[in-house]
Unconditional design. Structure first.
Length: 201
């Protein structure tokens, strides 16, 4: 049952989470104040508090900010244009380039409000930046996997152009598609949204 709102101090994602009954209003206000004090996003504050399941947080963030949600287990991140970004930049912001089309690069992020990261990507690549949202734990694992593959497999590849001819979404050879390790409602909804996103490209 949705939680009634008695105050006007909340907005954006905080307000959505309260209205969805995922956070109590007082708790949301406390997290919002803490985020402001620490100079970080409300998203990160909620994620680290573990007050909201990370999959549900990703779904609600996707709806709130209008960013497509992707099940990254359904694609082969090893074939992404990772060489367009320095490892240090990927590690700093925990983002992952997954596709390049024309003058645009698609970046997987867990925090859709991390605009400094998007600005840095645009500055370093000279490309327009499109973001797709990935649940935090999925993305964290995918980043480590992609960086390791980049070190082991693409070392010394002149130009780093192998990914340019790949189709999107590249299938994940380990799963053959969307991961089936979980069967929760959030995971099923995430897979549906991933299919919708992929059909847009």
């Amino acid at each position: 049952m949705a939680t009634p709102i008695n105050k006007i101090s909340l907005g954006g994602l905080a307000l959505r989470l309260v209205r969805k009954g995922l956070l109590h209003e007082d708790r949301a206000e406390k997290l919002q104040k803490s985020a402001a004090k620490e100079r970080r996003s409300f998203f990160v504050e909620v994620l680290e508090s573990k007050d909201v399941d990370s999959k549900e947080l990703a779904l609600q963030s996707s709806e709130e900010f209008g960013v497509p949600l992707l099940d990254i287990n359904s694609i082969d991140v090893d074939n992404g244009p990772i060489k367009l970004l320095k490892d240090s930049l990927i590690e700093k912001h925990r983002i992952l380039p997954i596709y390049k089309r024309g003058a645009k690069i698609f970046i997987a992020v867990s925090d859709p409000t991390n605009t400094p990261a998007f600005d840095e990507v645009k500055f370093h690549t000279g490309l327009g930046v499109e973001t797709v949202l990935v649940e935090f734990q999925q993305l964290d694992k995918a980043i480590d996997q992609a960086l390791e593959a980049n070190d082991d497999t693409f070392e010394g590849l002149a130009g780093g152009d192998a990914w340019k001819t790949s189709t999107f979404p590249p299938r994940n050879p380990r799963t053959g598609g969307t991961s089936s390790r979980t069967s929760s409602k959030s995971t099923r909804r995430l897979s549906v949204l991933s299919t919708r996103f992929c059909s847009m490209l």
